[in-house]
Every structure is written in C-alpha cells, then in structure tokens.
Design a protein around this ligand. Structure first.
Ligand code: FSO
Ligand code: SF4
Length: 439
C-alpha cells in the first residue's frame, strides 16, 4: 500500500494565519514550525469532530445531549487553533478520543431514535411507485421525516425514502404511517438522475445533497443543516410550501419495483438469535462474519464491494450499514438455518449496532474482538466516516480493509502508524482479499 502521488507532492496545506507562505499557504512545512504530519493530523481531527457534530445535531433535534461530548468538541477544536499544539503524538491521542466520543454520540443518537420512534424491526421495503403524488425524503434526518409524515397524513401524498433514510422504514412510529410507501433510488450520488425522472418534490434533510439540476430546482427543498443555491429552505419543520408544491405536480403511476429491500435489524433482534448463532458457529455452519458497508462514493473501484459479497462462501454472514449497503442490499443471499445472511443495521451512525454486536459476539465466545472470525470491509466517502473509523480503532479493532482509496490526508508517517498499530489494509481485489481473510 502506498500514498498517492498527490500526497507526496503536497506535503501539507495550512493557511490559517498571517505568516503563511506568500500569503497563500504553507505547503511543505509551516513558517511557525508546524510539521506536515501535525497539519494532517489536525485536519484528520477536524474531519472526525465534524462527523461527531453531525450525529450530535440529530440527537439534539430529538432533545438528547451529552456534556462530555460537548466539552470534547470544544477542546478538540481549540487544539487546532494557531500555535496551540504542535505534538503529533498528542493529535493521535485526540483522534482516538474523538473515536471514543463518537461511540458515545452514536449511542446517544441510537437511544434518541429508539426512545422516539421505537426499536427497529426487520421490515421489507418496496422499491416501486404507488399511484398518486409523491415526496422523496433524502439524507439522514429521522426527525425531519417524522414531521413530514405527520404533515402529509390524509393529504393523499405518498412519501418515499432515498439513500440513508431507507432505515426509517424499520422504526415502528414511522412505519405505522401507511403513506410511507417505499424507497426510490440507491446511494446519495444517484440523486440527479433519480430526482429528474419522477415528477415529485424532494426534501433534503442533511449532508449528501447535491446542487440540483435546473429541471428539479423548483421541486427540491432543504431543511435543517442542508442548503442549496436557489432552493427554498424550510425551517421550524413547517413543510407547507413543500406540500403545496407537491399538490401542483402530476401523479406518479403505479410501477412495481425490481426488489423488496429488508432493513431494520436492531441489536436486540440480532442478539435474540445469539444461541442459534453460537450453535451454528460451533457446528461449522457459520464460518465468518463480515461488516461490509460505509459511506459510498461513485468511484469505479466501489464495484469491489458487490463483487466481494457475491464471492463470499455461503457459510458467511454479512452485516451492513450506511449508503454503501446499496451496493449489496438487492442481492438474495438467503439464510443459514433461519439466520439471514445479509443484515442491514441502518444508517452510518448505526455502525454502533454493528460495534455492539461484535462486542456481544466477543462475550458470547469468550474471545477478544480480534480473535473472532469477524472482518470489517469498509468504504469511506468523506469526513463524517473518519469519526467512525477512529471509533473502531478506539475499541482496538485491527485488520480493517479500507477503500476504495486511501484518505488523501494520510501521509507515509500516518500510514505507518495505522499499519503498525492497527494493521489497516487497503482493499485489493475481492479474490485476493477473500483468500487472505478466509485462507
Ligand atoms: Fe452515505 Fe452521505 Fe451516511 Fe456518509 S449518504 S456518504 S459520510 O453521509 O454518512 O452513508
Ligand atoms: Fe503556516 Fe503555521 Fe500559519 Fe499554518 S499556522 S499558515 S503552518 S505559519
């Protein structure tokens, strides 16, 4: 595994103070003495705390907060200010702390979701259209979706999820709405094509909204942190303009979807199967568990994940979460004596469910997490995913396969640490990786 040529050429980039080289940026070493690795670890920390902030935002929307996380965010942000902290060692400690605090935040958000909307249940989700007018909700905001479902009740408008809102269908207090009729499209990057092809309105509830094409700019609305140029923003969960616009659009025709997707596996659903899982492992009928998923990107190399899962032997179980699941969630992988082979635990923040399941397996088999037949094969897209990676490292998980490319802010120094301390590997080919993992 080697760093990209770009990373070698551009050792660092910092333009946060007036001493910066030629008034444009320090790119080799800081005038202040800051080393490239410190600058990159500062960026890494900023990316991780942005991820924590996103999850904390959605928890706070539901009335949940955490003083320890708030205090960490303050001190972590402060540590990246000019002339405060030049210690690379310490930025690694802060990255691990960010991972630990992100676990706390993901737990908080999961608690908020479960206490507000009920514990998710495995649920089949249709992928076609229903006759009538429609709204597609995209992003991660369950609160925004819940308010939309309340306000569209008895209006004859159908609501569809897109991308990271698919897991909403598993929550009892959301699935109870008969006008939450299905999911359209896949991961976030298909939205321009998708939103152009249906005469619907769209509500963007979080990150992963794209600047719209002209043909649907007047049909898309944003809420919460999402904003787009020339697009109406709705605050205070008042969706009247969105609903009025929807009523002015033509109806969709009935169209059968190609597949029914299954989502909504909670920790308790999975753990209710633990005795059976133990029995199947002991009998050699389950050989290995994989976590395949993460935040997807449209890179060609992302095709790896589908091929990887398609080539896994039938005695393996695959947990998945986040928008990377759309690479694989249409595959019919069947069951092993009643245990589904593909288990969708939810959104990116629901990686906490996968973490808790791995911890429960560790207890069940009396082995450390790295002695279990468990491998994580993850895709990363942007900053938010960094928080989850550090969460996994903070609980000591080693040997993670990461792709589709190495994060660009990782230089040779950081890579050395990640390899030596955490045995992180970059994905190669599905065949080679499966051989390396399963022997
Ligand atoms: Fe995907 Fe976007 Fe959710 Fe990520 S929709 S890419 S970084 O936000 O976290 O899974
Ligand atoms: Fe350059 Fe240091 Fe100022 Fe950053 S803080 S711009 S590295 S002198």
């Amino acid at each position: 595994m080697s760093t990209s040529k770009n990373a070698d050429k551009l050792a660092m980039f910092c333009y946060q103070c007036s001493q910066t080289v030629r008034g444009t940026g320090c790119t080799v070493k800081g005038v202040c003495g800051k080393e490239a690795t410190v600058a990159r670890l500062q960026d890494n920390l900023l990316f991780a705390i942005k991820g924590i902030s996103a999850y904390l935002y959605h928890a706070r929307e539901l009335g949940y907060a955490d003083e320890e996380v708030d205090a960490f965010l303050e001190s972590a942000f402060y540590s990246t200010l000019t002339n405060v902290n030049f210690d690379a060692e310490d930025f690694l400690r802060l990255a691990i702390d960010a991972g630990r605090l992100n676990i706390k935040t993901m737990k908080l958000l999961k608690k908020a979701h479960i206490e507000t909307y009920g514990e998710p249940q495995p649920t089949g989700v249709k992928t076609g259209t229903v006759k009538g007018r429609g709204i597609i909700a995209t992003g991660h905001g369950l609160k925004a979706l819940a308010e939309l479902l309340k306000q569209t009740k008895d209006t004859g408008i159908n609501v569809y999820t897109h991308s990271e809102l698919l897991p909403a269908h598993g929550y009892p207090n959301l699935k109870k709405h008969p006008h939450l009729v299905g999911n359209l499209g896949k991961a976030w990057f298909d939205q321009k094509k998708l939103f152009s092809s249906y005469p619907v309105t769209i509500l963007g509830t979080s990150n992963c909204v794209l600047i719209p094409k002209e043909d649907y700019r007047d049909r898309i609305f944003t809420t919460g942190p999402a904003r787009l140029p020339g697009v109406k923003h709705l605050s205070g969960y008042d969706y009247t303009p969105l609903i009025d616009k929807t009523k002015s659009l033509p109806e969709l025709e009935e169209e059968e979807g190609e597949v029914t997707l299954t989502t909504g596996f909670s920790k308790s659903t999975i753990l209710s199967l633990k005795d059976k899982i133990k029995e199947l492992v002991m009998k050699g009928k389950i050989r290995h568990f994989f976590m395949v998923g993460g935040c997807d990107s449209p890179l060609k190399k992302g095709e790896y994940y589908r091929k990887f899962v398609q080539q896994l032997p039938e005695d393996t179980i695959i947990l998945t979460c986040a928008c990377g699941k759309f690479r694989i969630n249409d595959l019919d992988l069947g069951q092993i004596e009643g245990i589904p082979r593909l288990i969708d635990v939810g959104q990116c923040n629901d990686a906490i469910v996968a973490i808790e399941v791995v911890e429960a397996l560790s207890e069940l088999f009396g082995k450390g997490v790295n002695e279990l037949p468990v491998t994580l094969v993850l895709t990363w897209m942007e900053q938010k995913a960094v928080a989850i990676l550090w969460s996994l490292l903070s609980i000591g998980i080693k040997g993670i396969y990461l792709g589709p490319i190495l994060p660009a802010w990782i230089n040779d120094d950081i890579l050395k640490i990640l390899k030596e301390t955490y045995n992180i590997r970059l994905i190669s080919s599905p065949e080679e990786d499966i051989k390396q993992i399963l022997g």
